[in-house]
Design a binder for this molecule. Structure first.
Ligand SMILES: [Zn+2]
Length: 381
Protein backbone atom coordinates (compact mmCIF):
# COMPACT_ATOMS: atom_id res chain seq x y z
CA UNK A 1 0.00 0.00 0.00
CA UNK A 2 2.85 2.32 1.02
CA UNK A 3 4.75 1.72 -2.20
CA UNK A 4 1.64 2.10 -4.28
CA UNK A 5 0.87 5.49 -2.77
CA UNK A 6 4.41 6.74 -3.46
CA UNK A 7 4.28 5.61 -7.11
CA UNK A 8 0.97 7.37 -7.50
CA UNK A 9 2.48 10.53 -6.02
CA UNK A 10 5.43 10.52 -8.46
CA UNK A 11 3.11 9.97 -11.40
CA UNK A 12 0.89 12.85 -10.32
CA UNK A 13 3.84 15.23 -9.75
CA UNK A 14 5.36 14.60 -13.17
CA UNK A 15 1.94 14.98 -14.80
CA UNK A 16 1.41 18.37 -13.16
CA UNK A 17 4.97 19.47 -14.04
CA UNK A 18 4.71 18.57 -17.74
CA UNK A 19 1.46 20.51 -18.03
CA UNK A 20 3.16 23.78 -16.97
CA UNK A 21 3.75 26.30 -19.77
CA UNK A 22 6.97 28.23 -20.53
CA UNK A 23 6.68 31.99 -19.89
CA UNK A 24 4.86 33.74 -22.79
CA UNK A 25 6.86 37.02 -22.73
CA UNK A 26 10.16 35.51 -24.00
CA UNK A 27 10.88 36.74 -27.57
CA UNK A 28 14.11 35.56 -29.22
CA UNK A 29 15.00 31.89 -29.77
CA UNK A 30 18.04 32.28 -27.55
CA UNK A 31 15.97 33.80 -24.82
CA UNK A 32 13.44 30.97 -25.19
CA UNK A 33 16.19 28.34 -24.80
CA UNK A 34 17.54 30.18 -21.81
CA UNK A 35 14.08 30.44 -20.37
CA UNK A 36 13.44 26.72 -20.91
CA UNK A 37 16.83 25.90 -19.39
CA UNK A 38 16.23 28.13 -16.46
CA UNK A 39 12.64 27.14 -15.92
CA UNK A 40 13.31 23.41 -16.34
CA UNK A 41 16.17 23.57 -13.81
CA UNK A 42 14.02 25.52 -11.39
CA UNK A 43 11.13 23.19 -12.08
CA UNK A 44 13.23 20.09 -11.44
CA UNK A 45 14.47 21.55 -8.19
CA UNK A 46 10.92 22.40 -7.17
CA UNK A 47 9.68 18.97 -8.24
CA UNK A 48 12.38 17.20 -6.24
CA UNK A 49 11.67 19.32 -3.22
CA UNK A 50 7.96 18.71 -3.55
CA UNK A 51 8.45 14.97 -3.98
CA UNK A 52 10.78 14.82 -1.01
CA UNK A 53 8.23 16.71 1.04
CA UNK A 54 5.53 14.27 -0.05
CA UNK A 55 7.71 11.28 0.80
CA UNK A 56 8.49 12.83 4.18
CA UNK A 57 4.86 13.51 4.93
CA UNK A 58 3.74 10.11 3.65
CA UNK A 59 6.28 8.19 5.68
CA UNK A 60 5.07 10.19 8.65
CA UNK A 61 1.42 9.55 7.77
CA UNK A 62 1.34 5.91 6.71
CA UNK A 63 2.93 3.50 9.12
CA UNK A 64 2.76 -0.23 8.27
CA UNK A 65 -0.10 -0.50 10.79
CA UNK A 66 -1.95 2.31 9.04
CA UNK A 67 -1.36 0.71 5.65
CA UNK A 68 -2.94 -2.47 7.04
CA UNK A 69 -5.78 -0.32 8.32
CA UNK A 70 -6.34 1.14 4.87
CA UNK A 71 -6.53 -2.42 3.52
CA UNK A 72 -9.09 -3.28 6.17
CA UNK A 73 -11.09 -0.17 5.25
CA UNK A 74 -11.25 -1.48 1.68
CA UNK A 75 -12.47 -4.83 3.02
CA UNK A 76 -14.99 -3.01 5.23
CA UNK A 77 -16.35 -1.09 2.22
CA UNK A 78 -17.03 -4.44 0.58
CA UNK A 79 -18.77 -5.73 3.71
CA UNK A 80 -20.97 -2.62 3.88
CA UNK A 81 -21.90 -2.68 0.19
CA UNK A 82 -25.56 -2.83 -0.75
CA UNK A 83 -26.93 -6.30 -1.39
CA UNK A 84 -30.40 -7.75 -1.65
CA UNK A 85 -31.00 -10.34 1.03
CA UNK A 86 -34.22 -12.30 0.72
CA UNK A 87 -36.34 -13.47 3.65
CA UNK A 88 -35.62 -16.87 5.16
CA UNK A 89 -38.63 -19.23 5.17
CA UNK A 90 -41.17 -18.22 7.82
CA UNK A 91 -41.26 -20.35 10.97
CA UNK A 92 -44.54 -21.61 12.29
CA UNK A 93 -43.65 -22.49 15.91
CA UNK A 94 -46.02 -25.47 15.77
CA UNK A 95 -44.09 -27.02 12.90
CA UNK A 96 -40.85 -27.55 14.86
CA UNK A 97 -40.30 -31.33 15.35
CA UNK A 98 -37.03 -31.44 17.24
CA UNK A 99 -33.83 -29.57 18.10
CA UNK A 100 -30.63 -31.61 17.75
CA UNK A 101 -26.96 -31.00 18.55
CA UNK A 102 -24.56 -30.32 15.68
CA UNK A 103 -20.79 -30.89 15.55
CA UNK A 104 -20.36 -27.39 17.01
CA UNK A 105 -21.53 -26.81 20.61
CA UNK A 106 -22.63 -23.26 19.82
CA UNK A 107 -24.90 -24.38 16.97
CA UNK A 108 -27.98 -26.58 16.96
CA UNK A 109 -30.10 -28.05 14.18
CA UNK A 110 -33.86 -27.50 14.16
CA UNK A 111 -35.99 -30.08 12.32
CA UNK A 112 -39.33 -29.01 10.90
CA UNK A 113 -42.46 -31.07 10.20
CA UNK A 114 -42.05 -30.52 6.44
CA UNK A 115 -38.64 -32.34 6.56
CA UNK A 116 -36.61 -29.13 6.24
CA UNK A 117 -34.02 -28.07 8.80
CA UNK A 118 -31.88 -25.07 9.73
CA UNK A 119 -28.98 -24.10 11.96
CA UNK A 120 -29.71 -21.95 15.01
CA UNK A 121 -27.52 -20.64 17.81
CA UNK A 122 -27.43 -22.76 20.92
CA UNK A 123 -28.58 -20.15 23.40
CA UNK A 124 -27.44 -22.21 26.42
CA UNK A 125 -23.83 -21.98 25.17
CA UNK A 126 -23.85 -18.49 23.72
CA UNK A 127 -24.30 -16.85 27.10
CA UNK A 128 -21.06 -14.87 27.11
CA UNK A 129 -22.89 -11.96 25.49
CA UNK A 130 -23.98 -9.20 27.84
CA UNK A 131 -26.42 -7.94 25.20
CA UNK A 132 -29.26 -9.82 26.90
CA UNK A 133 -28.28 -8.95 30.46
CA UNK A 134 -27.29 -5.29 30.50
CA UNK A 135 -30.26 -2.88 30.44
CA UNK A 136 -32.52 -5.90 30.23
CA UNK A 137 -35.95 -4.74 31.42
CA UNK A 138 -39.11 -6.60 30.43
CA UNK A 139 -41.43 -3.89 31.80
CA UNK A 140 -39.88 -0.52 31.01
CA UNK A 141 -39.84 0.51 27.34
CA UNK A 142 -36.68 2.64 27.64
CA UNK A 143 -34.34 1.27 30.33
CA UNK A 144 -31.31 3.22 29.08
CA UNK A 145 -31.75 6.27 31.31
CA UNK A 146 -28.06 6.62 32.27
CA UNK A 147 -26.78 6.45 28.68
CA UNK A 148 -26.16 9.88 27.24
CA UNK A 149 -26.66 10.42 23.53
CA UNK A 150 -23.18 11.95 23.37
CA UNK A 151 -21.61 8.82 24.89
CA UNK A 152 -22.78 6.62 22.02
CA UNK A 153 -20.09 5.84 19.44
CA UNK A 154 -19.96 8.19 16.42
CA UNK A 155 -20.35 5.15 14.18
CA UNK A 156 -20.71 1.46 14.77
CA UNK A 157 -20.40 -1.57 12.50
CA UNK A 158 -23.35 -3.91 13.03
CA UNK A 159 -23.55 -7.38 11.48
CA UNK A 160 -27.16 -8.04 10.53
CA UNK A 161 -27.03 -11.57 9.13
CA UNK A 162 -24.56 -14.46 9.11
CA UNK A 163 -24.64 -18.24 8.71
CA UNK A 164 -26.84 -18.80 11.78
CA UNK A 165 -28.73 -15.49 11.77
CA UNK A 166 -31.13 -14.95 8.91
CA UNK A 167 -33.51 -12.12 8.06
CA UNK A 168 -37.26 -12.04 7.50
CA UNK A 169 -39.39 -9.09 6.44
CA UNK A 170 -41.50 -7.95 9.46
CA UNK A 171 -44.65 -8.12 7.34
CA UNK A 172 -45.13 -9.37 3.78
CA UNK A 173 -43.56 -7.12 1.10
CA UNK A 174 -45.68 -3.98 1.04
CA UNK A 175 -45.40 -0.26 0.31
CA UNK A 176 -44.90 2.11 3.26
CA UNK A 177 -47.98 4.07 4.21
CA UNK A 178 -46.11 6.53 6.40
CA UNK A 179 -42.33 6.97 6.47
CA UNK A 180 -39.93 7.63 9.32
CA UNK A 181 -38.89 11.14 10.20
CA UNK A 182 -40.13 14.62 10.91
CA UNK A 183 -43.08 15.77 8.81
CA UNK A 184 -44.82 19.12 9.21
CA UNK A 185 -42.92 19.58 12.46
CA UNK A 186 -44.19 16.28 13.87
CA UNK A 187 -41.99 13.25 14.48
CA UNK A 188 -42.59 9.71 13.30
CA UNK A 189 -40.20 7.26 14.97
CA UNK A 190 -40.95 4.29 12.71
CA UNK A 191 -42.62 3.24 9.48
CA UNK A 192 -46.29 2.27 9.03
CA UNK A 193 -47.34 -0.65 6.86
CA UNK A 194 -51.07 -1.01 6.14
CA UNK A 195 -52.41 -4.54 6.63
CA UNK A 196 -55.52 -6.60 7.34
CA UNK A 197 -56.18 -7.45 10.98
CA UNK A 198 -54.99 -10.98 11.72
CA UNK A 199 -52.16 -11.13 9.18
CA UNK A 200 -48.90 -12.61 10.57
CA UNK A 201 -46.04 -10.40 11.79
CA UNK A 202 -42.53 -11.90 11.85
CA UNK A 203 -39.36 -11.46 13.91
CA UNK A 204 -36.99 -9.58 11.58
CA UNK A 205 -33.83 -11.18 13.03
CA UNK A 206 -33.26 -13.76 15.74
CA UNK A 207 -33.03 -12.56 19.32
CA UNK A 208 -34.88 -12.42 22.61
CA UNK A 209 -38.26 -10.85 23.36
CA UNK A 210 -37.73 -8.00 25.83
CA UNK A 211 -41.25 -6.55 25.87
CA UNK A 212 -44.58 -8.19 25.14
CA UNK A 213 -47.28 -6.06 26.71
CA UNK A 214 -50.22 -3.78 26.09
CA UNK A 215 -48.65 -0.31 25.95
CA UNK A 216 -50.79 2.61 27.15
CA UNK A 217 -48.58 5.17 25.41
CA UNK A 218 -50.29 4.41 22.11
CA UNK A 219 -48.39 1.41 20.74
CA UNK A 220 -51.26 -0.88 21.86
CA UNK A 221 -50.18 -4.53 21.80
CA UNK A 222 -46.42 -4.16 21.47
CA UNK A 223 -43.58 -6.64 21.00
CA UNK A 224 -39.95 -5.49 21.33
CA UNK A 225 -37.19 -7.90 20.33
CA UNK A 226 -33.52 -7.35 21.15
CA UNK A 227 -31.19 -8.93 18.61
CA UNK A 228 -27.71 -10.41 19.06
CA UNK A 229 -26.09 -7.27 17.67
CA UNK A 230 -27.83 -4.97 20.20
CA UNK A 231 -30.41 -3.57 17.80
CA UNK A 232 -34.04 -3.64 18.90
CA UNK A 233 -37.11 -3.90 16.67
CA UNK A 234 -40.58 -2.69 17.76
CA UNK A 235 -43.87 -4.08 16.46
CA UNK A 236 -46.92 -1.97 17.45
CA UNK A 237 -50.75 -2.02 17.18
CA UNK A 238 -50.84 -5.87 17.08
CA UNK A 239 -54.24 -7.55 17.46
CA UNK A 240 -52.53 -10.48 19.17
CA UNK A 241 -49.11 -11.11 20.76
CA UNK A 242 -47.80 -14.67 20.36
CA UNK A 243 -44.53 -14.45 22.33
CA UNK A 244 -43.62 -13.90 25.98
CA UNK A 245 -40.89 -11.72 27.53
CA UNK A 246 -37.48 -13.52 27.75
CA UNK A 247 -38.44 -15.95 24.98
CA UNK A 248 -35.80 -16.61 22.30
CA UNK A 249 -37.09 -16.16 18.75
CA UNK A 250 -35.71 -16.88 15.29
CA UNK A 251 -35.91 -14.68 12.20
CA UNK A 252 -39.16 -15.45 10.41
CA UNK A 253 -40.95 -16.68 13.52
CA UNK A 254 -44.52 -15.41 13.80
CA UNK A 255 -44.55 -13.16 16.90
CA UNK A 256 -48.06 -11.75 16.61
CA UNK A 257 -50.89 -10.73 14.34
CA UNK A 258 -51.42 -7.33 12.77
CA UNK A 259 -54.13 -5.06 14.12
CA UNK A 260 -55.18 -1.60 15.21
CA UNK A 261 -54.81 -1.60 19.02
CA UNK A 262 -53.67 1.55 20.86
CA UNK A 263 -53.78 4.96 19.20
CA UNK A 264 -54.36 3.96 15.60
CA UNK A 265 -56.78 5.00 12.88
CA UNK A 266 -56.83 1.67 11.07
CA UNK A 267 -55.07 -1.71 10.89
CA UNK A 268 -51.34 -1.22 10.35
CA UNK A 269 -47.97 -2.28 11.69
CA UNK A 270 -45.97 0.49 13.35
CA UNK A 271 -42.37 -0.80 13.01
CA UNK A 272 -39.34 0.81 14.66
CA UNK A 273 -35.61 0.09 14.73
CA UNK A 274 -33.67 1.37 17.75
CA UNK A 275 -30.21 1.17 19.28
CA UNK A 276 -29.95 1.94 23.00
CA UNK A 277 -33.43 3.41 22.76
CA UNK A 278 -32.51 5.78 19.91
CA UNK A 279 -34.66 5.38 16.82
CA UNK A 280 -33.33 5.52 13.27
CA UNK A 281 -34.97 5.07 9.88
CA UNK A 282 -35.82 1.35 9.32
CA UNK A 283 -35.52 2.00 5.57
CA UNK A 284 -31.75 2.18 6.12
CA UNK A 285 -31.95 -1.60 6.66
CA UNK A 286 -35.03 -2.84 4.87
CA UNK A 287 -36.58 -2.27 1.46
CA UNK A 288 -40.17 -2.77 2.59
CA UNK A 289 -41.66 -2.79 -0.90
CA UNK A 290 -39.65 -5.86 -1.95
CA UNK A 291 -39.38 -7.19 1.60
CA UNK A 292 -35.61 -7.59 1.27
CA UNK A 293 -32.75 -6.60 3.57
CA UNK A 294 -30.47 -3.98 1.96
CA UNK A 295 -27.11 -5.16 3.36
CA UNK A 296 -25.38 -7.81 5.49
CA UNK A 297 -23.42 -5.32 7.56
CA UNK A 298 -24.70 -1.92 8.58
CA UNK A 299 -22.71 1.18 9.53
CA UNK A 300 -24.87 2.83 12.15
CA UNK A 301 -23.92 6.49 12.51
CA UNK A 302 -24.87 8.54 15.54
CA UNK A 303 -26.14 11.21 13.16
CA UNK A 304 -28.91 8.81 12.07
CA UNK A 305 -30.64 9.38 15.42
CA UNK A 306 -31.99 12.63 14.11
CA UNK A 307 -35.33 13.02 15.85
CA UNK A 308 -35.76 13.69 19.46
CA UNK A 309 -33.32 11.62 21.41
CA UNK A 310 -34.80 8.50 23.00
CA UNK A 311 -38.35 9.80 22.71
CA UNK A 312 -41.26 7.42 22.55
CA UNK A 313 -43.53 7.68 19.52
CA UNK A 314 -46.20 10.33 20.03
CA UNK A 315 -49.25 8.72 18.48
CA UNK A 316 -51.26 11.96 18.64
CA UNK A 317 -48.67 13.24 16.16
CA UNK A 318 -48.98 10.10 14.08
CA UNK A 319 -52.76 10.44 13.86
CA UNK A 320 -52.56 14.15 13.03
CA UNK A 321 -50.10 13.25 10.26
CA UNK A 322 -52.42 10.59 8.89
CA UNK A 323 -55.41 12.93 8.92
CA UNK A 324 -53.42 15.62 7.14
CA UNK A 325 -52.28 12.99 4.59
CA UNK A 326 -55.87 11.93 3.98
CA UNK A 327 -56.98 15.54 3.56
CA UNK A 328 -54.21 16.24 1.07
CA UNK A 329 -54.95 13.00 -0.77
CA UNK A 330 -58.66 13.92 -1.02
CA UNK A 331 -57.69 17.37 -2.29
CA UNK A 332 -55.40 15.84 -4.91
CA UNK A 333 -58.13 13.46 -6.01
CA UNK A 334 -60.66 16.28 -6.25
CA UNK A 335 -58.36 18.40 -8.45
CA UNK A 336 -59.52 18.91 -11.99
CA UNK A 337 -57.84 20.54 -14.95
CA UNK A 338 -59.00 22.09 -18.18
CA UNK A 339 -56.91 22.48 -21.34
CA UNK A 340 -57.66 25.80 -23.03
CA UNK A 341 -59.10 25.56 -26.54
CA UNK A 342 -59.79 28.20 -29.11
CA UNK A 343 -62.79 30.33 -28.09
CA UNK A 344 -62.59 29.52 -24.36
CA UNK A 345 -63.28 32.29 -21.85
CA UNK A 346 -62.77 32.18 -18.08
CA UNK A 347 -66.52 32.73 -17.61
CA UNK A 348 -67.42 29.78 -19.85
CA UNK A 349 -64.83 27.51 -18.18
CA UNK A 350 -66.12 28.49 -14.71
CA UNK A 351 -69.70 27.71 -15.75
CA UNK A 352 -68.69 24.36 -17.28
CA UNK A 353 -67.03 23.17 -14.03
CA UNK A 354 -69.56 24.77 -11.67
CA UNK A 355 -67.05 27.20 -10.16
CA UNK A 356 -66.33 30.93 -10.35
CA UNK A 357 -63.83 33.03 -12.31
CA UNK A 358 -62.43 34.21 -8.97
CA UNK A 359 -61.77 30.62 -7.85
CA UNK A 360 -60.00 29.72 -11.10
CA UNK A 361 -57.84 32.85 -10.84
CA UNK A 362 -56.92 32.03 -7.22
CA UNK A 363 -56.02 28.37 -8.02
CA UNK A 364 -53.78 29.39 -10.93
CA UNK A 365 -52.40 32.68 -9.67
CA UNK A 366 -53.78 34.62 -12.62
CA UNK A 367 -56.01 37.71 -13.08
CA UNK A 368 -59.43 37.72 -14.73
CA UNK A 369 -57.83 39.87 -17.45
CA UNK A 370 -55.02 37.36 -18.18
CA UNK A 371 -55.00 36.35 -21.85
CA UNK A 372 -55.78 32.62 -22.20
CA UNK A 373 -53.11 30.87 -24.22
CA UNK A 374 -54.43 27.92 -26.26
CA UNK A 375 -53.00 24.63 -24.99
CA UNK A 376 -52.34 25.94 -21.46
CA UNK A 377 -53.78 23.82 -18.65
CA UNK A 378 -55.77 25.52 -15.91
CA UNK A 379 -56.68 23.98 -12.58
CA UNK A 380 -60.44 24.40 -12.23
CA UNK A 381 -61.03 22.59 -8.92
ZN1 LIG B 1 -46.41 4.70 12.95
Amino acid sequence: MNKYLLTLCFALCSLVASAQQIPADTTSEHEIHEAIDYSSKERMKAEMAAEQAKIDSLSKLVTPEQAARIDSIVAMRLRLARKRIESVPAIDSLAVLDTLPSGDDAVQVVLFANSTWKYVRNRAVAKDSTIFEKYWDTEKLFPYKDIEYSSLPKSLVIDLVDSTNGYHTPYKPSPIRSRYGPRRGRAHQGVDLALKTGEPIYATFSGRVRISQYNRGGYGNLVVIRHDNGLETYYGHLSERMVEPNQWVEAGQVIGLGGSTGRSTGPHLHFETRYYGQSFDPERLIDFKSGTLCRETFLLKRSYFSIYSRASQDFEDEIANEEQDKKEQAEREAMRYHKIRSGDTLGAIARKYGTTVGNICRLNGIKSTTILRIGRTLRVR
